[in-house]
Design a protein around this ligand. Sequence first.
Ligand SMILES: NC(=O)c1ccc[n+]([C@@H]2O[C@H](COP(=O)([O-])OP(=O)(O)OC[C@H]3O[C@@H](n4cnc5c(N)ncnc54)[C@H](OP(=O)(O)O)[C@@H]3O)[C@@H](O)[C@H]2O)c1
Length: 241
Amino acid sequence: MQLNDKIAIVTGASGGIGKSFSKLLIEKGATVYGLARRSEKLEEIRDMFGNRFRPVVMDVTDPDAIDNWVNETFSREHQPDILVNNAGVASFGNVDELSIDAWHQMMETNVDGVFYLTRQIVPLMKRNPEVCHIINISSVAGLLGNPKISAYNATKFAIRGLSEALFKELRYDGIKVSCMFPGSIATDFFDNANAGGTHPNMMHPDDVGKTLIHLLETPDNFLINEVTMRPLNPKPPEERD
Ligand SMILES: NC(=O)c1ccc[n+]([C@@H]2O[C@H](COP(=O)([O-])OP(=O)(O)OC[C@H]3O[C@@H](n4cnc5c(N)ncnc54)[C@H](OP(=O)(O)O)[C@@H]3O)[C@@H](O)[C@H]2O)c1
């Protein structure tokens, strides 16, 4: 896909890799609807990136708000070409310490939210004569289970299954579906998950973003449906083997 003048939707655009995806898409000439809950962060990003960043205050766990926004924003003359389902939260801890609220917040944001938006965007993409692309952000936690992240694992495994099914379901409608499985990235994610801070050996959001751009820019009949990316050395610099 040639990205100039394309219309993209990026969830979780108020920080982390979603902000980086938005910046790189805008640099390529796309318009980005950036969805997140924190309006002040979205406004700051619009001030930084310019008017091709369209802030949308949205909680992806609210299906009615999503339905209304999609119906008000898009039409046959103004169709989305790209959907990046990126918004996600984590709460780390042993299963017997995990609250029911934390479980539901992860499930509703990381899984239900992806369904709520995708089900509204797919019909528009089916009508779009150009090839469209949905990219779902899973995690290496969508490939490997590990202690203290069982609920997060469950949500990210779900995204792998959803992505694989949709890739097969939508390929003949001219809609690509890819799933990205990143390892640790230096964002606020770890603070938000109460999992400690970041360290310099984590991946940089822009490097993950460049991989997203590469997936999008592939020729129309060429699909990279899954990609795993990791820091070569994932340990903090002060830790030795
Ligand atoms: N960082 C990592 O090491 C890592 C590794 C693998 C995969 N991932 C995945 O990458 C994605 C982005 O994470 P990140 O590292 O960029 O984390 P981050 O900096 O914490 O960003 C998370 C984003 O999700 C948004 N968000 C959270 N709940 C939302 C909701 N209910 N509705 C709308 N937006 C919501 C947040 O915005 P608001 O708070 O403004 O709503 C924020 O923009 C997540 O799916 C995460 O699971 C991260």
